[in-house]
Design a protein around this ligand. Sequence first.
Ligand SMILES: C[S@@+](CC[C@H](N)C(=O)[O-])C[C@H]1O[C@@H](n2cnc3c(N)ncnc32)[C@H](O)[C@@H]1O
Length: 247
Amino acid sequence: MGKPTQEDAPVTESIVAKLLAMKSDVAWFREELSRFARTPAGRVIPDNFLNALQHLDPGSVDLIVTSPPYLNNYHYVRNTRPQLFWLGFVRKPSELKHLENQNFGKYWQTVRDLERVPLDFEHPGLEKLLARIREIGIERGSYGGAGWANYAASYFNDTNRFCRVTSQVLKPQGRAVVVVGNSILQGVEIPIDNILAELALRHNLLTENIHIIRKKRVGASIVSSSVRQGARTTASLYESAVILRRA
Ligand SMILES: C[S@@+](CC[C@H](N)C(=O)[O-])C[C@H]1O[C@@H](n2cnc3c(N)ncnc32)[C@H](O)[C@@H]1O
């Protein structure tokens, strides 16, 4: 929005430059691995993280590094994974449905019309925040606060499940580095990192640190687009790495 259409962008060059950078990263990584006395083995588990215990023993993981989807209504697969189509993993958009349904935090489109989505756990502070969002733009129906409050409640229900599973798979003293972004819904700022730290503690995960890794200035088009518009806010968006340690 607000940007001129670019009629003739050098798409091929951009993609080829990225692919070459990825190729050189892979070559570097392989070279580093070959220096180990015992070559580490890798395994890709194509499943929902919340099913981790179907694949891994409890208390078996030293380190988790992850960046789960943010509370920003971003359709990762559709917006950032064209290679799924190019490489033949997916042939038509309907084949993405299972990824959409399993997506951490859900999509706004799939929860906005539901009856009020409750939190699966008690948290008076978060309830207050959700109540504030719910009251904004009532006249817009599920496009107003009610839909966004459902979206946020679904997100935190998944955050709570994520903390439970993380705690179950980590070894005692094992660490999880979780990169998250704060969020502004209907003009209400939601400090995702602090809420994650609070929920983690309920699952025996202590917060060792919260590093702010990026402060982004975001134009009004993202913070208060027509669907997200609420009160004006001076809050800005940032990303942080939350370091959790299993007690
Ligand atoms: C913020 S992106 C992180 C991207 C990653 N750092 C990368 O460079 O590919 C969030 C990713 O989590 C994935 N995801 C969403 N729900 C998931 C789930 N339940 N289990 C595992 N991955 C999930 C999304 O498909 C998306 O690729």
